[in-house]
Design a protein around this ligand. Sequence first.
Ligand SMILES: NC(=O)c1ccc[n+]([C@@H]2O[C@H](COP(=O)([O-])OP(=O)(O)OC[C@H]3O[C@@H](n4cnc5c(N)ncnc54)[C@H](O)[C@@H]3O)[C@@H](O)[C@H]2O)c1
Length: 385
Amino acid sequence: MPDLSSIGAAVIGTGFIGAVHLNTLRRLGIPVVGVLGSSPARGADRARALGVSRAYGALDELLADTAVQVVHITSPNVAHYRQVKAILAAGKHVICEKPLAMTSAQSAEMVAMARSSGKVAAVCYNTRFYPLNQHAHGTMAAGELGDLRLITGQFHQDWLAKDTDWNWRLEADEGGPLRSVSDIGTHWVDLAGFITGQKPVSVMAELATFIPDRQKPIGPVETFTTTAGPTETRRITTDDAATILLRYANGAKGVLTTSQISHGRRGLLTWDISGSKASAAWSAEAPENLWIGHRDAPNQILLRDPSLMNAFGAAASGMPGGHPEGFADTWTAFFAQVYGDAARGGRGPGSTWATFDDGHYEMRFCDAVLESAAKGAWVNIKEAA
Ligand SMILES: NC(=O)c1ccc[n+]([C@@H]2O[C@H](COP(=O)([O-])OP(=O)(O)OC[C@H]3O[C@@H](n4cnc5c(N)ncnc54)[C@H](O)[C@@H]3O)[C@@H](O)[C@H]2O)c1
């Protein structure tokens, strides 16, 4: 493992996931040089609260700081494109939150820029880094499940189940035209693609907005928080939920549902694979268990344990078996790999983090979902130009 303590990091955005990025950097011993907020005052307040010594007044100030080699983008989706372009143009590595951009035209440009810059450019599909998802990736690649036949799954949440729940993601001009699909559905699509080694080639999608009018607080709201106070009624066009059928190039089929309005489902991300030799299934609500299904032998449950996992799973495990890992730990395994590559000067052959090409695929997946839902027809996901 290269020495990461000589690489300086800066974090843009200091909300829910920005704090997760910061804590992970500290855990890895990577110096956090400064943060950038939505305004100099907000950045300074949050830097104090998070114990970071420097708050930049503007992006240019951050980019001019030679102590910073890697910049994390954890601002709302609408800001990613402009910030990524500026960071790559300044010759720094970038780790950008998902979805990569607001449109596939933007993400295409970001891919081209990342390629020509030669810098490390990662997109935060962190669920790949649950150790058992890494193990499942290795299992599938080794042919242990056989060919992919069927994959089903979901990503269901409940934090936007009431008309008084509010977040910037609800409005298309800040989050993009899709919500449940782009915000959490793309996590599932990326994870399923990582594990199976295949990405869907066409979709048949239906979108649902069950709560068309919502109460927007007058004033900002941080993700996963509620506020009491005056509100105004806003018309919502983004999807609360979606049902999506998937087709794969090898003839495999898939079904995905997404929801942000399912009471009691805080973060139910699941996948269930039927291969030609065996099956496997996993849920983020019990992330230390991998179910493996057999026809001619008893089924198995693998409790995460690096000594019982393949090299992918073992590499992502931070703890011995019996010492449960979860969401926070996925970031540690993810950033350790990305920073190792930044230290080496490029993506390593064994690296498994999602690239800007992966992030661009998700934007094209979203385009196809929108088109399919509008037409009520199957739509092919466009090839990358
Ligand atoms: N990978 C994951 O598991 C995961 C989880 C949550 C969020 N996200 C992604 O992270 C991003 C942020 O989401 P969040 O839930 O943390 O939102 P949030 O609202 O909690 O935080 C966003 C922060 O960015 C700040 N901000 C707004 N505009 C800015 C700008 N131009 N420059 C700098 N800062 C700005 C806001 O003041 C706020 O502090 C989104 O793209 C979201 O999709 C990813």
